[in-house]
Design a protein around this ligand. Sequence first.
Ligand SMILES: [Zn+2]
Ligand SMILES: [Zn+2]
Ligand SMILES: [Zn+2]
Length: 504
Amino acid sequence: MEIQCSLDVRYAEQIAALLRPPSPQEIQYSHRPTALDCWHNSKHPTIVQQDYFEHLLAARNCHGLKIKQSGEIGKGVYANMDFEEEDLVLKDQMLVGAQHFSNKAEAFVCSHCFCYIGSIELQIGRRLYLRSLKNRDTEDLKDHVHTSKQSKVPESNVSDVHVQKTAGSSKGAIPEGMVDALMNGGLTLPYSKEFPLPPVFSCIGGCREEYYCSKSCAEADWESCHSLLCVGKESGGSGTCREALARFYEHAAETNDIFILAAKVISSTILKYQNLKTANHECQKKKMKTSEISGPNFPFLLEAWKPFSMGYKQRWWDCVALPDDVECSEETSFRMQMKDLAFKSLQLLKAAIFTEECAPLFSLEIYGHIIGMFELNNLDLVVASPVEDYFIHISDLPPLEMEEADKFTRPLLDTLGDDYAVSCEGTAFFPIHSCMNHSCCPNTKAFKRDEDRDGQATIIALRPISRGEEVTISYIDEDLPCEDRQASLADYGFQCNCPKCLEE
Ligand SMILES: [Zn+2]
Ligand SMILES: [Zn+2]
Ligand SMILES: [Zn+2]
């Protein structure tokens, strides 16, 4: 049975406006919020459109790139200077991102900038502790993980964490109480001071789900989206129903954590909308006279939505790749199921944070496009673990020192096993990166250097790039045969005409 979303019907006009690529006038509005009078009479659309991108690039302190409309194929990123091979071309700050749900037990990171937090001891102790819970009877697992979330290592509550006497001792390698001591600061490992990590800050709303590296990260996340998505006791008053929100998270954890990213997009748009409305009260009055589309405040919603309007291409259920185990004949029903899943998730989110003024954002059509944006545009979020550096440092010490340190670290390494250090992994949307066009012989790639230890995207030149040349990246595995490449790229809705494809 086909799903019907009543908001799709009621707000068809607004949804169409939100999904239209932003007009130059709309882009201009983003940077001159007081210039509402210019809304209808921009004379130089192309020039004006640059403003939005220039703002994005300037905010990233990136002077080597330009974003230009490039005829039929839309926008593209161009070099504004010469780059040598291996030069840093761009560091792109994400608009929204999230650590994968399953990765949260493995890597303890700031929920805003994704750097590792606490200490080497806390990173190791926390993993051992959570692993000891995992190793228990699976029947008990849910309860325990739940409990552990309630009492998991905020700096002031560390003593609340009571490690079971059996923790880590199944292998007999770790002395009793060691995990506890690692987590509560009672034990300092040799040479760990050489790998300092920022302290742990709890969420302002008291949710004990999100932690940060600093007060400023906690506040920035709160203001940009978490205040609507916090299940903490102190988060009241923001119009969020905490029980409904918990159900939404549960559903996302059981099905697909891409829904959490979609919730962040919606929440950050609502918050930005509210700020714009307050800040532009005067403009709003002027606007009332000329607003045609749908109510006086719709331009603010369009404006708040703009950062994402560059990103989406297709609905999620239309663009998600068919899994290998699904027969072609079942494609229609598979896509219907995905749509169903998105609809269920959206209803849960609506029950939690719906606001009438931003109702079009809660339509299935918009939700589908947001999730589709992550399906097609995302860059994996990866941050290397300092725990790995730590153990490598120990193994590289001169023999005597190494032996001495090894007495402490060996049991830990043995218990942690092969995956003794796990990277932070997640998904994020990067606005400049998302403007880069594809090539099967790209001149840049996303690559994290040793010093890149946060959630920003790092784009590096693969060969010299001269000023004026288009900067390209590969959306797919460019080593695949031509036919397979074209098939993969069909998901993105285009046929590749790069030099490599033309030659083949
Ligand atoms: Zn941070
Ligand atoms: Zn919170
Ligand atoms: Zn190609």
